[in-house]
Design a protein around this ligand. Structure first.
Ligand SMILES: NC(=O)c1ccc[n+]([C@@H]2O[C@H](COP(=O)([O-])OP(=O)(O)OC[C@H]3O[C@@H](n4cnc5c(N)ncnc54)[C@H](OP(=O)(O)O)[C@@H]3O)[C@@H](O)[C@H]2O)c1
Length: 262
């Protein structure tokens, strides 16, 4: 969500009535629905909204940007993961690394692509053909339309695959990795430990958590225009059903945002 502070508890410091803030609320507790005109939020889940972007773009940022950040840059917490025992560890990204982002036009994918470019990496973006110019504008060095060719047959020696589609099909990307490479399925898939050990690669996933501290860092990148949030569509809160129908049709380019009257 993104909005304006209406009231603060007595023990809250650093936030005042009238401040513009954005945040992913109480995740993964699932007690923080932001489908509302007013929400109560833990101060630690909030950061000041970047002044250079409006509330719609700021509201689109927290879930996707924190997911991309915690997968690629820094987990930022020690909470156990529901997906694996080992702590997820991002891999260093620089001009010598190649990252393949699958589902690159979606919420998580388009931010992940930009964070990888910010770190200097070469990025291969995989999406359906309609997203090519969008992804090239965001900095993709190579684009593969998965409806026309199979990326796992075209790409080799990748350092990192961030698979935002994930699931059982994710393992097909293992063959694109160089020895020592890593694959991060955002939706955990079906991986055979023997197969990954034999290939000398790491598979790791994580579950995003709310973090006002990380959002403040992301806010600086959003303000500078280093990272931008694309808006697939907006719907009035009363039309939330239509927003879900849009999501269910798939092929999103960026985020869907619900708007509320002020
Ligand atoms: N681990 C976590 O904590 C965490 C956090 C956030 C999200 N997630 C999960 O991560 C997934 C992605 O989330 P999101 O918000 O980024 O979803 P999204 O905005 O719906 O984006 C998904 C993207 O994948 C593309 N796509 C669909 N099928 C594809 C395929 N076979 N190959 C390549 N691209 C394909 C879609 O467009 P095109 O088909 O047109 O290219 C779309 O742009 C969801 O399952 C979500 O639940 C997990």
């Amino acid at each position: 969500m993104s909005g304006v502070v209406e009231a603060v508890a007595a023990d809250v410091h650093g936030l005042a009535v009238g401040d513009e803030v954005f945040g992913l609320l109480r995740f993964p507790g699932f007690r923080g629905s932001a489908y509302a005109q007013y929400v109560a939020a833990p101060a630690s889940d909030l950061a000041h909204k970047p002044t250079g972007i409006d509330h719609v773009h700021a509201a689109g940022a927290p879930m996707a940007a924190l997911t991309a950040w915690q997968f690629l840059i820094d987990v930022g917490h020690d909470h156990p993961s529901p997906f694996q025992e080992a702590r997820h560890r991002p891999v260093p990204l620089d001009a010598d690394t190649t990252v393949l982002v699958n589902g690159a036009a979606g919420g998580v994918g388009h931010i992940a692509l930009q964070l990888a470019k910010w770190k200097g990496a070469r990025v291969v973006a995989v999406a359906s053909g309609a997203h090519e110019s969008f992804l090239r504008e965001l900095g993709a060095d190579r684009f593969i339309d998965y409806t026309r060719s199979r990326p796992e047959e075209l790409v080799h020696d990748v350092d990192l695959v961030l698979d935002t589609v994930g699931g059982p099909d994710s393992r097909r990307f293992l063959r694109t990795l160089k020895a020592g490479g890593a694959q991060f399925p955002v939706l955990p898939g079906d991986f055979d430990e023997e197969e990954t050990a034999k290939a000398g690669v790491t598979v790791s996933s994580a579950q995003v958590r709310s973090s006002g501290v990380q959002l403040a860092e992301l806010g600086r990148l959003l303000d500078a225009g280093t990272v931008r949030v694309a808006i697939d569509s907006t719907f009035a809160l009363a039309d939330a059903r239509a927003a879900h129908e849009r999501a269910a049709r798939g092929h999103l380019q960026g985020k869907i945002v619900l708007t509320v009257a002020r």
